[in-house]
Design a protein around this ligand. Structure first.
Ligand code: BGP
Length: 460
């Protein structure tokens, strides 16, 4: 049968994961605590059904069988992250057990012809670093660079694609503008410092990687959430422009172009939010841009101008724009996110037209659904047709973007198997494989079967 949507040769098919969400073994193998382990200790009630990060999906024990399962569904690539607090628990000395684990995991992937795209930071600040002030402290930026360099030296001969951060805006938004990630600070001035220092850490890491000349590439993964204004009115357009500056371009522009948008600098200056910067660091950011981009896409951001008076005495993003509920929107009710497939095409075109058509890939796209057990059929397979539909429609728009010249080299879903998710724990399931939490057994879902075919055929 001829396929309607054939993807370019060597297109990468696979999934992303993160150490905290899949490895488990949070308190063993020599790993030190990260902010999630600690936060769970002091406030377990913040986590869905009180489930914390200790065991997550036991990948630490079962990675060999799990990688075999990846192979079974025709993955040719996979994005794990390294846990900083596992690799360098005290911030100085390398943990040999972690080295053995990651070495073996990467070898196992290689043996199965699955290319690793290895991410260095996925929301998982080591507790000892957070105690020093986390990203607010430049010492931690240096410690991150040391960790990254250590990882390059240990694994760089076998890993040829690295990423510095996954969604660096998220710890800023959730941990310094809202209280959804530890340390639950609500302070835009501090949030700006965290964002700027994360960007600095990314640029320093890119510099370190290129200096080592290991013959690979390094990028960053950003959750680009396109901003759509309610209307073409001046107020709505401005609201959406500011949302875009704060939440997309704050990392996208310096990562790809090496410079911050002038409008962002002006806005921060007007509200006395500009961080202290050093000329050398600005130069460093300018000279150390990414080789490629990973883009996580889940939902659009629809905004309108603020119509009611802003009463808070704090400067916060909601001062400049407020959410707009589009009457035609379709929701994923479990996650509370709008499903808007065309957003992926808009991203593809934005990268093509405004970011030098840099090579990029979809680094996460997926649909979290609650209580999936109700879709189990008599054979024990979850009939998740909604997820197939979700992937299909996004892939169609991605295909259109590629056909129009956008330089996209892959599509990774979130995620391979059901995993632990930050505050939501195991509430919403995302996997191509179901994980039975009692037995840790994995079983393929219908969407896994579908994805397997698409990856095998390079299209559908
Ligand atoms: C992304 C993160 C992932 C993952 C995913 C799904 O932002 O990179 O770590 O969690 O979102 O979101 P959630 O788990 O909150 O439903």
């Amino acid at each position: 049968m001829t396929k309607s949507y054939m993807f370019p040769d060597n297109f990468k098919w696979g999934a992303a994961a993160s150490a905290t969400q899949t490895e488990g073994a949070a308190n063993s193998g020599g790993k030190a605590k990260n902010i999630w382990d600690y936060w769970y200790e002091i406030e377990p009630e913040r986590f869905h059904k009180g489930v914390g990060p200790q065991d997550t999906s036991t990948f630490y024990q079962h990675y060999k069988a799990d990688i075999k399962r990846m192979k079974d569904v025709h993955f040719n690539s996979f994005r794990p992250s390294i846990s900083w607090s596992r690799l360098i628990p005290d911030g100085v000395h390398v943990n040999q057990e972690a080295v053995d684990f990651y070495n073996d995991m990467f070898d196992e992937l290689q043996k199965n012809d699955i290319e690793s795209i290895v991410n260095l930071y996925h929301f998982d600040m080591p507790l000892n670093m957070q105690n020093k002030g986390g990203w607010e402290n430049l010492e931690v930026v240096e410690a991150f660079k040391y960790y990254a360099e250590t990882a390059f030296k240990l694994f760089g001969h076998k890993i040829k694609k690295w990423t510095t951060f996954n969604e660096p805006i998220v710890p800023v938004e959730m941990g310094y503008l809202n209280h959804f990630h530890y340390p639950c600070v609500v302070d835009m001035k501090r949030a700006v410092v965290v964002a700027y220092n994360s960007m600095l850490a990314s640029a320093k890491t890119i510099q370190a990687y290129h200096e080592l000349n290991q013959g690979g590439e390094i990028g960053i993964i950003l959750n680009l959430t396109p901003s759509y204004p309610r209307s073409e009115s001046e107020g709505d357009l401005k609201a959406s422009q500011i949302a875009d500056l704060l939440f997309n371009r704050s990392f996208l522009d310096p990562s790809v172009h090496g410079i911050y948008p002038e409008e962002l600098i002006e806005l921060l200056r007007d509200y006395e939010l500009l961080p202290q910067t050093d000329k050398k660091d600005i130069e460093l950011i300018r000279n150390n841009t990414v080789d490629f981009l990973g883009v996580n896409y889940y939902q659009p951001r629809r905004v309108k101008e603020r119509e009611s008076e802003y009463t808070s005495d704090k400067v916060l993003p909601e001062m400049f724009f407020v959410p707009y509920i589009w009457p035609e929107r379709r929701m994923n009710p479990y996650r509370g996110w709008e499903i808007y497939e065309k957003g992926l095409y808009d991203i593809a075109m934005n990268i093509k037209d405004n970011y030098g058509n840099i090579p990029w890939y979809v680094a996460e796209n997926g649909m979290g659904v609650e209580n999936e057990e109700r879709f189990l059929d008599e054979t024990g397979m979850i009939q998740d047709d909604y997820r197939i539909e979700f992937y299909k429609e996004h892939l169609k728009w991605l295909y259109k973007g590629i056909s129009e010249g956008s330089n996209c080299f892959g599509y990774h879903v979130w995620t391979f198997m059901d995993n632990w998710s930050w505050l939501n724990a195991y509430k919403n399931r995302y996997g191509l494989y179901r994980v039975d939490l009692e037995t840790q057994e994995r079983s393929l879902k219908k969407s896994g079967q579908w994805f397997s075919n698409v990856a095998k055929e390079n299209g559908f």
